[in-house]
Ligand binder design. Structure first.
Ligand code: FAD
Length: 406
């Protein structure tokens, strides 16, 4: 079976245009590194500038409708853009913008027209970078137990509470996309609401967290103390937040899929092929070749799940458990693959010293990030729970996937 994607004539012409443009707008000085200290404010500014240039061409959110600042382009164009920017080891957007990536589609489904006209173009052009704020200190898996309150006071809501493990110190946010408790006495799932919040409002404090990190900056806590947010910024109606959450979470749990690959496995294999001890390359050991075959198989299955979900979501196939299946496999696959790499390389796999770290530090970074990656977007346990509910296991009614934009 041929899983490769082949260009149509239109895609080939667009690919040429994209290649030419990227070679002009992506500076040679842009650093892609596993070392956090390499991501300086100047590097962050470079990424934001690339984002603005992509936004001006409609390539930052290529498939969003033109009237909301997107490119109005087809899936074929989006694939070309993703594949070509991947050559530079960056993504679209090239900076962290989790609020727009997950909140944007939720806003498209649930906001009124005036809100869409106000918020979406700022996200689509790169004028705003954003963080998504869901997790709270008492626990992230049970999102319905959100405790940050947003209490209506005239034309405003007053927010109090804490979100944690959010954002990244790599990208400073212009706005925040967050779920709150609007009816503290209301029934579970009917007491929540979402807000688009300017990050600079009085009473918002952002504090970096000191955690085990791979590349990608530090996570933060965000504190809200009597923060007054205009009622206009409430999305999807008061106490309707659980439905908005379903759209957001479907994407966060892998329902959108991906056409991107990962480079860390390639880097590990290259290191094994080119590094020799006692005159023999690491890869010449039959046991190492066995481990490499297992790692590659695992990695390819994850890629195929990503491709399948990309195809399903963009061709509007009805989805069920597929997002969480892909997320679960990636999370557990990361642990399996990093475990095998560690068996092969031993102490070297967890060495970050720039003089001797395998894969220029990426193998050590992968060891850390494969552990960290079990948590974001819901842990592996939560993915299991979702798959069971979508398949109707342990319940009388099957749970539906969240509503996606048209
Ligand atoms: C690198 C990173 C990036 C992140 N980015 C963001 C972000 O941008 N925005 C944001 O809001 N949050 C973010 N998070 C937080 C993430 O969403 C939470 O860590 C996650 O939802 C789990 O919540 P928790 O850590 O509080 O664990 P808990 O919810 O307290 O869970 C603890 C343990 O209990 C298990 N568990 C929980 N519920 C069940 C269940 N029903 N059945 C079986 N087992 C269960 C979990 O699997 C876990 O092992 C990020 C986390 C990390 C590590």
């Amino acid at each position: 079976m041929d899983f490769e994607m082949h260009d149509t004539a239109e895609m080939a012409a667009f690919r040429k245009e994209v290649k030419d443009t990227f070679s002009q707008i992506i500076p040679k000085e842009l650093i892609v590194s596993p070392y956090d200290e390499d991501v300086t404010p100047e590097q962050e500014a470079m990424r934001r500038k690339i984002g603005l240039e992509l936004g001006a061409k409609g390539w930052l959110r290529p498939m969003w409708p033109k009237q909301y600042g997107g490119g109005g382009l087809s899936i074929d164009h989006a694939i070309v853009l993703e594949q070509e920017i991947d050559q530079y080891e960056i993504t679209i957007p090239p900076y962290s913008d989790s609020g727009a990536g997950l909140g944007g589609p939720a806003i498209m489904v649930w906001a009124n027209e005036e809100q869409k006209q106000t918020f979406l173009p700022k996200m689509a052009t790169g004028e705003w970078a954003s963080w998504q704020l869901l997790t709270e200190p008492h626990g992230g898996s049970d999102l319905a137990s959100t405790k940050t309150t947003a209490i209506k006071d005239g034309d405003e809501y007053v927010l109090n509470g804490t979100k944690t493990f959010v954002g990244t110190t790599d990208t400073q946010p212009d706005w925040l996309w967050t779920i709150t408790l609007t009816d503290p006495k209301g029934p579970r799932h009917q007491n929540l609401s979402w807000f688009v919040i300017p990050a600079g409002l009085p009473g918002i404090m952002i504090q970096p967290l000191d955690l085990l990190n791979g590349s990608g900056g530090a996570k933060c806590s965000v504190f809200f103390e009597d923060v007054r947010v205009p009622a206009f910024n409430l999305i999807g109606g008061e106490n309707n937040g659980w439905k908005v959450a379903a759209t957001h979470l479907e994407l966060e749990h892998g329902g959108g899929g991906t056409v991107r690959g990962t480079r860390q496995v390639e880097r590990f294999i290259e290191y094994c092929k080119t590094t020799a001890f006692n005159g023999e390359t690491i890869a010449s050991d039959p046991a190492v070749r066995d481990a490499i075959a297992d790692i590659l198989t695992d990695d390819n299955v994850a890629t195929l799940f990503g491709l399948r979900n990309f195809w399903m979501s963009h061709s509007k196939k009805r989805m069920s458990y597929e997002g969480s299946q892909s997320s679960f496999f990636r999370k557990m696959g990361g642990l399996r693959k990093s475990g095998l790499m560690q068996q092969v390389l031993g102490y070297l796999a967890v060495t970050s010293d720039k003089a001797m770290a395998p894969g220029e530090g990426w193998v050590d970074s992968y060891m850390k990030s494969s552990i960290i990656s079990v948590h974001p977007g819901g842990t592996q346990d939560v993915q299991r729970v979702i798959m069971a509910r979508r398949m109707g296991i342990g319940r009388t009614a099957k749970e539906e996937a969240g509503q996606m934009p048209d």
